[in-house]
Write a new protein. Structure first.
Length: 731
């Protein structure tokens, strides 16, 4: 039985599975079979009698991974794995706290607050303290609480240096007291309370240290400081800890993951054995060679080199598009060609760095009639912030729209509670009028009437301010004037929502030219640019159609769209990585962050290693931003992949300003040409400078000795240069 359990393992996998009782670090590269190693190690330990099924603990990062591990173990051994200590950090801490609720000072039936419930409790606490939620946004208070808990800090231990953080800490202290009174815990509390319990209760700690002789940790590179400290408490001096992870796939620093835990683990547990799982069972050689070359530029990595015996396979296909629309059309045509060759759409993935990028990609797939599914997220027009913005636009266009009014009458919050809304609905029903007409009638008195009156004035003000504006400016004005942008600026994950709202402006800017229609269209007409209300109504209809059609069912053959973060752990036959431009991937925020570019490079490494056979890398010379054209330059990551591994699909890319698809596009700036003895320089052209490095021309003016260009340099930003002295070279 033991030999059959170990059959098919490569030498490194076999060594990891059959290690004696000792702590070890397993560097498991992408596609190297780490889940098989973990589950086989557990089965081997139990089968050989080294530990009972209840004498080991295995930690995963998702419930899905825990379920898969238990399923595989039950297939290997004739045991019921239900009672085994296999689960997520939160799940295992919950289990331990339930068993020792008295020692943890919790009621037996303590309840767990999800994020929404926690925010509601924070708001209640703030109201009780009389805290101004405009000056101190509740969501920021929630982040403050969770951030300190994840750092292992109670309110009494938090050091505050300003009035703002002091006030938030007052909220934290009151929140702690209220949770204790109500007998509830949030997710961050599960780990912190469990850590504190083990830390202070020596008898209990000794019990679990004696019980769990083997501790196995999956995705170790994603642990934060408190999780690592919790593991050390459980392990004590004698437990054998098998940490399985890949420092090259550490991409969750924004969630608190600390890549330094891998080095700390080697030091704290005096690791003598580091096993590298480098044989990849997923991708062909050219893909792996590209990933290896890219990630080798990161400093202080533990180091490994993926390889495969499946052959080199096809080169990476590189496509430079004039615009983001052209990039999307290229991806659609290539996916159709792959489908004609027998590859299912479900075996193709389209990856992007930022969620906002999905809009133009979704639109192009929608127009082509290709079903798609957004993995780990919502389709563009289904996202909360987009639905809110569209509801404001609907109400500006048609105040009788009760559904739109109910969605936004108190969003962002303006003191209109559920009871006030119920009173408005009751009055509307009695009068037989729309909610808007009832609100305008001033039939409600008191605070409810005042708050609803303010909302009515807001909508009327928006309608007045957008009269006569082009469609894209209508959308931008309503998004700004509604307070949505200001609201999302206070959210921890608000950057992504703000990017999506900007993308809605882009969608409006392209709509009239590319997709605009109205009743006149049936008679051969088009949207009247002088009638913005007609354009707005058509745009809203278009948004509703895109949100409602081409929904992929559970069994449909649908293309998979996702951010690179969502793609971790997945694999596909063919992968498209789009938007490979400086400022987009790597993201512009990473440039000013410590080790930000290295994390972006790890993210690119994850993206590359999702593909089994065919990999496309694409970028656009220009794309829409805030309803205007932004000229970009290729991502540095493309320069870090050896040219011998690539196949450029258009060796002579067309300048974006002269692309036929761009002519007549009203939002594009006029093209200036600066002529010098060196030739003609054009907007969108890639250039290099001996001091400032690589960049792209974004503006140009003057002629002869007065000619100058504005260049967006990769490392130093925007600069105006006199061409007579600049010593520019074509990039």
């Amino acid at each position: 039985m033991t030999s059959s359990l170990l059959d098919g393992l490569n030498p490194q996998q076999l060594e990891a599975v059959t290690l004696p009782q000792m702590s070890a670090l397993i560097l498991a590269g992408a596609g190297s079979g780490k889940t098989r190693v973990l589950t086989t190690r557990i089965a081997w330990l139990i089968q050989t009698g080294q530990v009972s099924s209840m004498g080991l603990l295995a930690v995963t990062f998702t419930n899905k991974a825990a379920r898969e591990m238990l399923t595989r173990i039950s297939a290997m051994l004739p045991i019921n794995p239900r009672g085994m200590w296999v689960g997520t950090f939160h799940g295992l801490c919950n289990r331990l706290l339930r068993a020792h609720h008295r020692d943890a000072q919790l009621p037996q039936g303590f309840q767990i607050l999800d994020s929404t419930d926690q925010l509601a409790l924070v708001k209640r606490v703030m109201r009780g303290l009389g805290v101004d939620d405009d000056k101190y946004p509740p969501r920021q208070a929630q982040w403050f609480i969770n951030g300190n808990k994840e750092a292992g800090l109670r309110a009494a231990s938090v050091e505050t240096t300003d009035d703002f953080s002091r006030r938030f800490n007052d909220v934290y202290a009151a929140y702690e007291r209220q949770c204790q009174t109500e007998g509830v815990v949030d997710f961050a509390e599960l780990l912190l309370r469990c850590h504190e319990l083990l830390q202070r209760n020596e008898v209990l700690r000794a019990h679990y240290q004696a019980r769990f002789r083997h501790i196995l940790v999956d995705e170790f590179q994603d642990t934060n400081k408190l999780q690592y400290s919790w593991l050390k408490l459980l392990a004590g001096r004698d437990a054998a800890v098998l940490a399985v992870g890949d420092d090259d796939q550490s991409i969750y620093a924004f969630r608190g993951a600390d890549i330094g835990n891998m080095a700390a683990f080697e030091r704290d547990f005096r690791i003598d054995k580091v096993i590298k799982l480098e044989q990849n069972y997923r991708s062909h050689g050219n893909i792996l060679d590209a990933a290896n070359a890219l990630i080798s530029r990161n400093r202080e990595r533990l180091g490994k080199n993926l390889w495969t015996d499946a052959g080199q396979g096809e080169p990476l296909r590189i496509y430079e598009a004039p615009t983001d629309g052209d990039e999307a059309r290229f991806i659609v045509e290539e996916s159709r060609a792959l489908h004609r060759d027998g590859i299912r759409f479900g075996e193709m993935a389209l990856l992007y760095r930022s969620n906002a990028q999905s809009r133009v990609l979704e639109h192009t797939l929608f127009s082509a009639g290709i079903s798609y599914r957004v993995y780990g997220g919502l389709r563009f027009f289904e996202r909360q912030e987009i639905k809110h913005a569209l509801a404001y636009l609907r109400l500006v266009s048609n105040p009788e729209d009760d559904g739109a009014m109910l969605r936004i009458v108190n969003f962002p919050t303006r003191g209109i509670g559920n009871r006030s809304i119920e009173q408005l609905q009751e009055a509307s029903k009695v009068r037989g009028t729309s909610l808007w007409q009832t609100a305008c009638s001033s039939s409600l008195s008191g605070k409810a009437g005042t708050s609803i009156g303010i909302f009515v004035k807001l909508i009327e003000g928006l309608k007045h301010s957008v009269t006569g504006l082009p469609l894209s400016e209508i959308v931008e004005q309503v998004v700004d004037g509604s307070g949505l942008k200001q609201h999302y600026q206070t959210e921890k994950e608000g950057t992504e929502r703000l990017e999506n709202l900007d993308e809605l402006v882009n969608a409006a800017a392209t709509f009239v030219v590319e997709d605009g229609y109205d009743p006149a269209a049936e008679r051969g007409g088009a949207v009247d640019p002088n009638d913005p209300l007609s354009a707005l109504n058509s745009f809203l209809a278009h948004a509703a159609l895109e949100a409602g059609e081409h929904q992929a069912g559970a069994g449909d053959d649908a293309m998979q769209l996702m951010t690179v973060h969502s793609a971790k752990g997945l694999e596909f036959q063919s992968v498209f990585i789009s938007g490979l431009e400086e400022g987009l991937f790597p993201h512009e925020n990473s440039i000013n962050e410590d080790n930000g570019i290295e994390e972006e490079r790890r993210l690119m490494y994850v993206a590359l290693t999702r593909a089994r056979q065919r990999l496309y890398l694409s970028y656009a010379q220009s794309r829409m931003l805030h309803g205007q054209t932004r000229y970009g330059m290729p991502s540095r990551f493309l320069d870090e992949i050896p040219e011998t591994l690539m196949k450029r699909l258009n060796s002579k890319p067309v300048s974006s300003w002269s692309s036929p698809s761009m002519r007549g596009f009203g939002s594009f700036p006029p093209v200036s040409t600066a002529t010098t003895t060196a030739g003609t320089w054009r907007i969108g052209q890639n250039v290099t400078h001996p001091k400032f490095g690589a960049g792209v021309i974004v503006n140009a003016e003057g002629r002869g000795a007065d000619a100058r260009v504005q260049v967006n340099f990769r490392d130093t930003g925007m600069k105006w240069l006199a061409l007579e002295y600049a010593k520019l070279a074509a990039g």
